[in-house]
Design a protein around this ligand. Structure first.
Ligand code: SF4
Length: 402
């Protein structure tokens, strides 16, 4: 089989692993589910996540942390795996054709695609074959060939394997723009229901903590481009009976303790011939609400205690968490747009970090008196109007004119 054929086979399976591709975390278009109140961006199609294909290889449009867009190849070093995670299509013993690249073969195949202008970034993960240490060595070897032999200076996201050692994590960090370690579950007990042969604290949480301690203690000049990489994790949502409260408690801890760039929430989807094949797929709106809540925790100054959890610990599906919070806390105490601090502006539905900044800058030039001005500044005025004051007045009358 040639490199492109192998890439095609392996990359098909990577749709299960969200990375930087655009559309991840957006509201799903899911017919059959109740129409949503207060979906922040309407109902954008998840088509943004659907890759294009070049010679049968899926290519993802990915958004980089600075907003730049690139064409990303997501692939595996090998689809062989000796672990038996209950939800995974690659688990040991499952009957399908496994594909493996040598580091040199993968690096050169990827560079052919770069030179052809098909891609400019790589997300590289792997099944575990021969132990976590050996598997990590092969991922690092591929990255070293790309950076040191073939002169690749584009985006590289490297996966850290369960069981990798501290020195390997540091080496991966020196070569990559982003590293990630998938926790899969929010705690030890939940992980045992998904992946009985992974240990939560030693094999998964510890490497995440190492990433942060390396960033704090070692000079960023050791990174390939003079910076240490960002770090992400992923959870499988709905496969272990876990609640949103458990997932977000762990996310909030990681935000604080390891400065996680982002948590990915991947809704469980049953795979034939796995122990969880009979479990129903997770409602995609649950995934979406988790993303919204995680952004409130990371970027909007919300605390976990402020999330509108239901008694069983899940977020309501039918309303976004910021709107639910505002209905309880701002409906009778609206925020004066002309006086509020940035943190207070961020509490208003329809105002994000960029709009809050634009409002602060516009206020220096004069008082804001009309919804039309706020709309021009980027505010979603229909969502925001019930929770704000303009020059001491509720803008309800103005809204009726829209
Ligand atoms: S270690 Fe990774 S590839 Fe292997 S079964 Fe578990 S989730 Fe799948």
């Amino acid at each position: 089989m040639d490199v492109i054929q192998k890439l095609s086979e392996l990359s098909e399976a990577m749709a299960y692993e969200p990375a930087e591709e655009m559309g991840v975390g957006q509201a799903p278009a899911c017919p059959g589910f109740a129409p949503l109140e207060g979906s922040p961006h309407g109902l954008p199609s998840t088509a943004a996540c659907v890759p294009s294909k070049i010679a049968g290889v899926p290519i993802y449009q990915a958004a980089m942390p600075g907003g730049k867009r690139i064409a990303l190849l997501k692939t595996l070093q090998t689809s062989a795996c000796e672990k038996d995670c209950y939800y995974c299509s690659f688990r040991a013993g499952r009957d399908f054709r496994r594909t493996t690249f040598s580091p040199d073969e993968l690096a050169r195949g990827f560079m052919q695609m770069v030179q052809a202008g098909a891609v400019s970034g790589l997300f590289l993960s792997s099944g575990v074959a021969g132990g976590g240490l050996r598997t990590q060595d092969r991922l690092i070897a591929t990255a070293e060939i790309l950076r040191l032999k073939l002169g690749f200076r584009g985006y590289l996201h490297l996966k850290i394997m369960p069981g990798a050692e501290l020195a390997q994590v540091e080496r991966a960090m020196a070569l990559a723009d982003r590293v990630s370690i998938n926790l899969e579950a929010p705690n030890t007990e939940r992980l045992s229901r998904l992946a009985p042969h992974k240990t939560f604290t030693e094999q998964l949480l510890a490497p995440l903590q190492w990433v942060e301690s390396i960033r704090r203690s070692r000079p960023p000049s050791l990174g390939w481009n003079g910076r240490w990489p960002s770090c992400t994790t992923q959870f499988v949502v709905g496969g272990a009976g876990e609640s949103d409260l458990e997932l977000l408690t762990t996310t909030a801890y990681l935000n604080r303790a390891v400065h996680l760039a982002r948590a990915y929430y991947s809704g469980f989807s049953p795979v034939a011939d796995t122990p969880l094949e009979g479990l129903p797929a997770t409602n995609p709106w649950r995934e979406h609400r988790l993303y919204q809540a995680s952004f409130l925790l990371r970027d909007y100054g919300f605390d976990l205690e402020e999330m509108p959890f239901q008694p069983e610990g899940n977020l309501p599906l039918e309303v976004d968490p910021k709107l639910a919070w505002a209905r309880v806390n701002l409906a009778e105490a609206p925020v004066e747009i002309n006086q509020a601090e940035r943190q207070a502006l961020l509490r208003i539905p329809g105002i994000g970090p960029r709009t809050a900044q634009t409002i602060l800058e516009a206020r220096r030039k004069g008082r804001l008196r009309h919804l039309s001005e706020l709309r021009r500044l980027g505010m979603q005025v229909e969502r925001a109007a019930p929770f704000l004051l303009l020059d001491g007045h509720r803008p309800a009358q103005q809204l009726a004119l829209w």
